[in-house]
Design a protein around this ligand. Structure first.
Ligand SMILES: NC(=O)c1ccc[n+]([C@@H]2O[C@H](COP(=O)([O-])OP(=O)(O)OC[C@H]3O[C@@H](n4cnc5c(N)ncnc54)[C@H](O)[C@@H]3O)[C@@H](O)[C@H]2O)c1
Length: 254
C-alpha cells in the first residue's frame, strides 16, 4: 500500500484513528478530518510516531455536513498529494438512547445531516476523484444498527440503514470502473460514541446489557474493526465490492 493516500473522516478518535495507525505502518499517507483542531493535532502527533516508509499525516478541520467544505477538502488533498486512493467514511454521531416516543426530532435531523448526508457528500466527491484515476477503494462505517433493529436506537439505526443503501447502490454504479465500495458493520466498540451509555445508569442500556447483546459477551476494540477496514481497502479484497462485513462478536449469527 506504499505511496497511497487515504482520507479518514472523523479520523482523530476511536475507530478512525485505529485505521490511521494501521495504514501509516504500511506507508500510506493519511488525511484525518474532524471538527476539533486540538483533538486533530493530538492525533497527528500519535499517528506520525507510528508512520513508516515515508507516510505523511495531516489533519483538516472539516465538518462533513458542509458539502462545499467537503469538496474543498478533497480538492486540497488532490492538490497536495496528486490523488486519493482510499477513503473511510467514518464520521458519525449517536445522540439518542430512548424510544421514538421520547426522542427529539432535532436530534434525528442532526444524525441525518451527519450520518447520511455527510456520507453522501464525502462519497460523491471521493468517487468523482477516483473515477478520474480509474481506481479507488471506499469503506463506509455502518453498524449492526444498519442491519437490525436495536432497542432504544431507532433514529440512529435508520441512518445506518441508509449507509447500507448508499454503499451497495454506488458499488453497483461503479463496479466496472475500478472502484470498490464496501461497508463494515461493527457491534458495540469501546469508543467515545457509546461512552455515555457505558458509563450511565440506564437500567435498560448499560455496559452489561450492551456486552450481552453479543455472543462473545464483550465489547469490541477499535483495532478489531480497523483490521477489517484495512483488509477491505487493500488489494487483498480485489474481488469484493458492495459487501457489508460484520465485525460484531457473532451478533449477526443470531
Ligand atoms: N463504537 C461503536 O460501538 C460503533 C458501533 C457501530 C458503528 N460505529 C460507527 O463507527 C464510526 C466511528 O465511531 P467511533 O466508535 O470511532 O466513535 P467516535 O465518536 O470516536 O468517532 C466518530 C468521529 O466522528 C467525528 N464527527 C462527528 N460528527 C462529525 C462531523 N459533522 N464532521 C466531522 N467529523 C465528525 C467525531 O468528532 C469523532 O471523531 C461511526 O460511524 C459510528 O457510527 C461505532
Amino acid at each position: 500500500m506504499s505511496n497511497q493516500v487515504a482520507l479518514i473522516t472523523g479520523g482523530a478518535t476511536g475507530i478512525g484513528k485505529a485505521v490511521a495507525l494501521k495504514l501509516v505502518t504500511s506507508g500510506v499517507t493519511v488525511v484525518l478530518s474532524g471538527r476539533r483542531q486540538n483533538i486533530g493535532d493530538a492525533a497527528v502527533a500519535e499517528v506520525t510516531a507510528a508512520a513508516r516508509n515515508g507516510a505523511q499525516v495531516r489533519f483538516v478541520q472539516n465538518d462533513v455536513t458542509d458539502e462545499v467544505a467537503v469538496k474543498a477538502m478533497i480538492d486540497g488533498i488532490v492538490a497536495e498529494f496528486g490523488r486519493l486512493d482510499m477513503a473511510v467514511n467514518n464520521a458519525a454521531i449517536s445522540n439518542e438512547t430512548g424510544t421514538l416516543v421520547t426522542s427529539s426530532s432535532q436530534n434525528f435531523r442532526d444524525m441525518v445531516d451527519t450520518n447520511i448526508l455527510g456520507v453522501y457528500y464525502t462519497m460523491k466527491h471521493e468517487i468523482s476523484q477516483m473515477l478520474k484515476q480509474g481506481a479507488g477503494a471506499i469503506v463506509n462505517l455502518a453498524s449492526i444498527a444498519g442491519l437490525n433493529g436495536i432497542p432504544y436506537s431507532g433514529p440512529y439505526a435508520a441512518t445506518k440503514h441508509a449507509v447500507m443503501g448508499l454503499t451497495k447502490s454506488s458499488a453497483l454504479d461503479h463496479a466496472t470502473q475500478g472502484l470498490r465500495i464496501n461497508a463494515v458493520a461493527p457491534g458495540a466498540i469501546k469508543t467515545d460514541i457509546i461512552a455515555a451509555q457505558l458509563e450511565g445508569n440506564d437500567e435498560n442500556y448499560n455496559a452489561a446489557s450492551i456486552s450481552a447483546m453479543h455472543p462473545m459477551n464483550r465489547l469490541g476494540q477499535p483495532d478489531e474493526v480497523a483490521n477489517a477496514i484495512c483488509w477491505l481497502l487493500s488489494d487483498e479484497a480485489s474481488f469484493v465490492t458492495g459487501h457489508v462485513l460484520s465485525v460484531d462478536g457473532g451478533f449477526q449469527a443470531k
